[in-house]
Write a protein that binds this ligand. Structure first.
Ligand SMILES: Cc1cc2nc3c(=O)[nH]c(=O)nc-3n(C[C@H](O)[C@H](O)[C@H](O)COP(=O)(O)O)c2cc1C
Length: 398
C-alpha cells in the first residue's frame, strides 16, 4: 500500500486513511442493500450529487458518501422532533426523518406518520423511549410500514421485535456501553447508535464518543454503528468516519434549526452557550429517577441544584405550576421540576424547564435551515478529510 495518495484537490491523504474510508463506504453500501440505511431517496440524491459535483475541487474525490447527506443523520428529538416539521425537512434534504413519539397514543402516532407521508415520500424512523412504548404503538409502526423503528433507554422486549418482524422494517437501538451494544446485536438489532457521554438529552453514556465508538465497533462488527454525542460540525463527522463509524447521529445542532419545534429562547441559548456550559443532571423529572440523568444547559434548576439533585422533590404534583404546554391538542400544566422540553407552545417560566444540550453546543453559531446544516456538515467533512496530509519527502514532520 503506498504511504499516501494525491487527491484531486492536491492534498495528500495517508493511504491508511483512504483504506479506512473505503471500508466505511463498503459497510454503508452493504447497509444500503437492505434498502433502509441508504433509502432510495438518498440513493437518487447520491447519484445526482456525484454527477453534478464530481469535479468540484473542494470535495474529497475519495469519499462519495460525503457527496450526499446520508452519513449525517439528525437524531430523534423528543418534543422538538415530535411535531412533523423537522422530520419533513430532513426527508426533503435527503435524510431519514425521525419522529420521537414517546408516550403518544397509537392514533396520534399514526396521524403523525401520515402527516409526514403527505409531505414527502422519504423514509421515516419512529423512535421510542423503550419503557414508555406499548404494543399498540408498535403495531401502528408495522401497519404503516415505517422504514426504521428505533429505541432508546432500554432494550426492546421480544414481543416488539416479533410484532415488527418484516424484512422492510429495521431496528435500531441507541446504547451507552459496549455490554448494551452486544446484547442488542445478539437479539437482532440491525444498527447501533453509540451514545457518548457528551450527548444532549437523556444520557447514560459510559464513555466519551471518541472512546465509545471504536470500543463498540470492536465488539459488534460487522453491525453498522453511528456515533452520537457532542457532534455538531463536519470535522467531527470526518473524525467519526475515520474512527470506523458508518455515520453520525446528531441532536443538539438540529434543535438550533429553523424547523425544530423548540422555543425561540431555547434556540437562542444554544447559540449563545459555550461547550463548558452543560451539565449531567437528574433534577428534571425526579419522579422518574430511572429516566435520568439528562445533559442540559447549566442554567436554572440544573445550576441551582448542582451536586444536590437528590434533594429535588419527587412528588411533582405538590410543586407550583410554572407554565403550560399545548400537546396533542390539550393544554398541560407544567409543575416545577418537570422534564418537558420548551416548545413554541409553552408559556410561563420556561427558564425552569430543561434546555437539553450536548457538549458540542459551543460549535453552534447560528440557527439555520435543516438542509443547510446537513449540507454544511457534509461539505466540512469532505474538506477536513482532504486536508489531512502527510509531509513531502524532506519536509519537516512536525
Ligand atoms: C432535545 C433533545 C431531545 C432528545 N430526545 C430523544 C428521544 O426522544 N429519543 C432518543 O432516542 N434520543 C433523544 N435524544 C438524544 C439523541 O438521540 C442523541 O443521543 C443526542 O442528541 C446526541 O448528542 P448531541 O445532542 O450532542 O448531538 C434527544 C436529544 C435532545 C438534545
Amino acid at each position: 500500500m503506498p504511504a499516501a495518495v494525491l487527491t484531486r484537490s492536491g492534498h495528500f491523504i495517508p493511504a491508511i486513511l483512504k483504506h479506512l474510508i473505503q471500508q466505511a463506504e463498503q459497510r454503508l453500501e452493504q447497509a444500503a442493500e437492505s434498502a433502509v440505511a441508504q433509502p432510495q431517496a438518498v440513493r437518487r440524491r447520491v447519484g445526482r450529487c456525484q454527477g453534478e459535483r464530481h469535479d468540484s475541487a473542494h470535495r474529497n474525490a475519495l469519499h462519495p458518501r460525503l457527496q450526499s447527506t446520508a452519513s449525517c443523520r439528525p437524531c430523534p428529538l423528543a418534543f422538538v422532533g415530535t411535531a412533523p416539521d423537522l422530520a419533513i425537512a430532513v426527508c426533503r434534504a435527503g435524510g431519514l426523518g425521525s419522529l420521537a413519539v414517546g408516550p403518544l397514543p397509537a392514533d396520534a402516532v399514526r396521524s403523525l406518520i401520515r402527516a409526514v407521508r403527505a409531505a414527502t415520500d422519504g423514509p421515516l424512523n419512529i423512535n421510542f423511549i423503550t419503557f414508555l412504548a406499548n404494543q399498540a404503538q408498535i403495531q401502528t409502526c408495522f401497519d404503516e410500514q415505517v422504514s426504521v423503528v428505533s429505541f432508546h433507554w432500554g432494550h426492546p422486549p421480544r414481543e416488539f421485535i416479533s410484532t415488527l418482524h418484516d424484512p422492510g422494517i429495521k431496528f435500531w437501538e441507541q446504547v451507552g456501553s459496549v455490554a448494551a451494544a452486544k446484547e442488542s446485536v445478539d437479539s437482532g438489532i440491525d444498527l447501533i447508535i453509540a451514545q457518548g457521554s457528551e450527548a444532549g438529552g437523556h444520557n447514560y453514556g459510559s464513555l466519551p464518543t471518541f472512546v465509545l465508538v471504536p470500543s463498540i465497533l470492536e465488539a459488534v462488527a460487522p453491525t453498522p454503528v453511528l456515533a452520537a454525542g457532542g457532534i455538531a460540525n463536519g470535522r467531527q463527522l470526518a473524525a467519526a468516519l475515520v474512527l470506523g463509524a458508518d455515520g453520525v447521529s446528531i441532536g443538539t445542532r438540529f434543535v438550533a434549526s429553523n424547523e425544530a419545534f423548540a422555543h425561540a429562547e431555547y434556540k437562542r441559548r444554544l447559540v449563545e452557550a459555550a461547550g463548558t456550559e452543560t451539565r449531567l443532571s437528574s433534577v428534571y423529572g425526579p419522579d422518574m429517577p430511572h429516566f435520568n440523568p439528562m445533559r442540559v444547559l447549566d442554567v436554572g434548576l440544573a445550576h441551582e441544584f448542582a451536586g444536590q439533585e437528590e434533594t429535588a422533590p419527587t412528588d411533582l404534583e405538590s410543586q407550583p405550576i410554572i407554565g403550560t404546554m399545548r400537546l396533542a391538542g390539550e393544554t398541560i400544566p407544567l409543575h416545577r421540576f418537570s422534564s418537558f422540553v420548551p416548545t413554541p407552545d409553552t408559556d410561563g417560566r420556561i427558564d425552569e424547564l430543561p434546555f437539553l444540550a450536548g457538549q458540542g453546543v459551543g460549535l453552534i453559531h447560528r440557527v439555520m435551515p435543516v438542509a443547510e446544516i446537513m449540507e454544511t456538515i457534509v461539505e466540512e467533512a469532505a474538506l477536513a478529510l482532504s486536508a489531512v496530509r502527510v509531509p513531502h519527502e524532506g519536509e519537516s514532520e512536525v
